[in-house]
Structures are given as C-alpha cells and as structure tokens.
Design a protein around this ligand. Structure first.
Ligand code: PAF
Length: 281
C-alpha cells in the first residue's frame, strides 16, 4: 500500500490520477481507525477509482493539551487494517508538512452554526478542523469526501467550507456506526476503562429515548428523562440539546425533524453522539 508523507508526493500522485482520469475519494481521519472509519473507506472504494485516507492527529483542533496528548496514535495498526484494500493510498504527514509556513490560508468565518454546541464548549475546535480540512482539500482535490454523521455539526461546517472556498467537492455524510449495545464508535472509546465502557452506553440509551418520545411528551420533560439516564450512569453532561438540523438552534417545541446532540464526560473521556428524531406529530 502506498503511504505518502510529503505534500510533494501527494502533488505528483494527484497529477497521475488526473492524467488517468481517475475519480478520487477522500476519507480524512485522525487515525486509531475503527469500524466507523472502515465503513467510510468501504463506501469510498465503491464510489471511486482510488481512495486516499489521511491520518493526522491535528493539534489545532484540540482545545486542551491533555486531550491531544492522550489521543490514541497507532499508525502501524491503522495501516494493517487498510492493507488488503488495493485501491487505497495513505497520507500520513507530520505537523510541519501539514502546516508549512509558506502555504496561504485565510480563515473562513464560521458564523452562528460554528458557535453553538461544540463551538461553544470547545473554543477553537472548529477553527482547527476547518484549517486542516481546507489544506487537505486544496492539496488532494478529491471528487468526493466522506465524513461520519456522528460529528453532525462538523459535517455541516465542512459543507459550508466546501461552498465558501468553492472546492466543488461532493461531501458525503455517512451514518454513524454503533457497537452492538448502541455506543457510537469513536477512537476515544479506546480510552475507556471496562466500567466506563459499560456506563458510556447511557448516551445512546438517552438519545434513543428522545427519538422514541419525540412529539409525544413535552420536550423539556423528555430532555430531563434523557439527562437522568446519563447522570445515573455517572457521566457528566457537557450539553444535551434538541436542535434544528439546519440551523442547530435550540428547539423549544417539537418540529417535524430535529436532532438531539449530546456531549458528556465519561471520566476524563469526552464523548459525543447525536440522532435525527422525526416527530410523530
Ligand atoms: O473527524 C475527524 O476525525 C477530524 O475532525 C478530521 C475531519 C479528520 C479533521 O482532523
């Protein structure tokens, strides 16, 4: 499997793909790959001639240095997971290669959507995501890019980044992949102890409760019941909101479609999840 580490290598590879009129799919990751990532890669492989997977733990999107330090890094294991896929190549640059001083970058205004939920609770996070994805899009120039819906707000911001800079990439949101008990797959799950792993499932139980009671009981009552499930399991809620799927503004009444978004600390590990909820109104 070809593994590139420099921009120059990607530039040459990109020219070759273009000369051969190959359709390029792109799956950006921070490594510690799990079944959620693999499902993005599998979809990308079906829909493109060649797929580039980037593996880069982006320091700019971590608002706490302890979180950055403890983020799992396991490049050899990641490569082994992708090794059997013949039309996949890897880009695993270091920080200097990802952010060379001479590459111009003017930040996109994130607007209201970037200030809510994760934006409010993790200052600077989306600025860092947009910065790295901008550089990756500009370098790789894929036809399609694949992102998980688990990062619902990130996906919305990537769509506006694509429009703002005029990249013209087809941004594809892929469904959240869950463990058999419902816990959304995340590289951060690797940091959970056995007991924390048991308790973490309360997040998906809570959002499933919201989905099931959507439109049936008063919205605040349903939120309270969901909070209770998570807190009873010993997690500390950072936020639990029911929001409009387009504006991400808080819903005070049920509407046809809403998304419930949760961030909670399971010990030191911050987990997020969300679910689209259709009202039976
Ligand atoms: O979703 C992620 O893993 C990261 O935010 C991304 C898109 C790879 C940018 O670092």
């Amino acid at each position: 499997m070809q593994t590139f580490v420099t921009r120059e290598e990607i530039f040459i590879w990109r020219e070759q793909q273009q000369a051969e009129q190959k359709q390029i799919g792109f799956v950006p990751t921070m490594g510690a790959l799990h079944q959620g990532h693999l499902s993005l890669v599998e979809q990308a492989c079906k829909e493109n001639d060649i797929v580039l997977v980037s593996i880069f733990v982006n320091p700019k999107q971590f608002n706490q240095s302890a979180d950055l330090q403890s983020y799992p890094r396991m490049l050899s294991a990641d490569l082994a997971l992708l090794h059997h896929l013949s039309n996949v190549v890897i880009f695993a640059p270091d920080e200097h290669e990802m952010y060379p001083a001479h590459i111009p970058y003017s930040p996109m205004p994130l607007g209201k959507i970037g200030q809510l939920l994760e934006g409010a609770h993790r200052p600077g996070h989306f600025e860092g995501v947009v910065h790295v994805v901008h550089h990756l899009f500009a370098l790789i120039q894929p036809h399609r890019a694949y992102f998980g819906q688990k990062d619902f707000q990130q996906l919305a911001i990537i769509r506006s980044l694509n429009e703002y800079y005029g990249f013209g990439i087809n941004i594809i949101g892929c469904e959240t992949i869950r463990e058999s008990d419902g816990l959304a797959m995340s590289s951060r799950n690797l940091r959970l102890t056995h007991d924390q792993r048991q308790n973490a499932v309360s997040i998906s139980k809570a959002i499933t409760l919201i989905k099931n009671r959507c439109g049936l009981d008063p919205i605040e009552e349903v939120k309270q019941a969901a909070r209770y499930i998570i807190e009873q399991a010993g997690l500390a809620i950072d936020y639990l909101e029911i929001v409009d799927p387009t504006t991400l503004e808080k819903c005070t009444e049920w509407q046809q479609l809403q998304v419930c978004c949760v961030a909670a600390f399971c010990g030191e590990v911050r987990l997020i999840d969300n679910m689209l909820c259709e009202s039976v109104l």
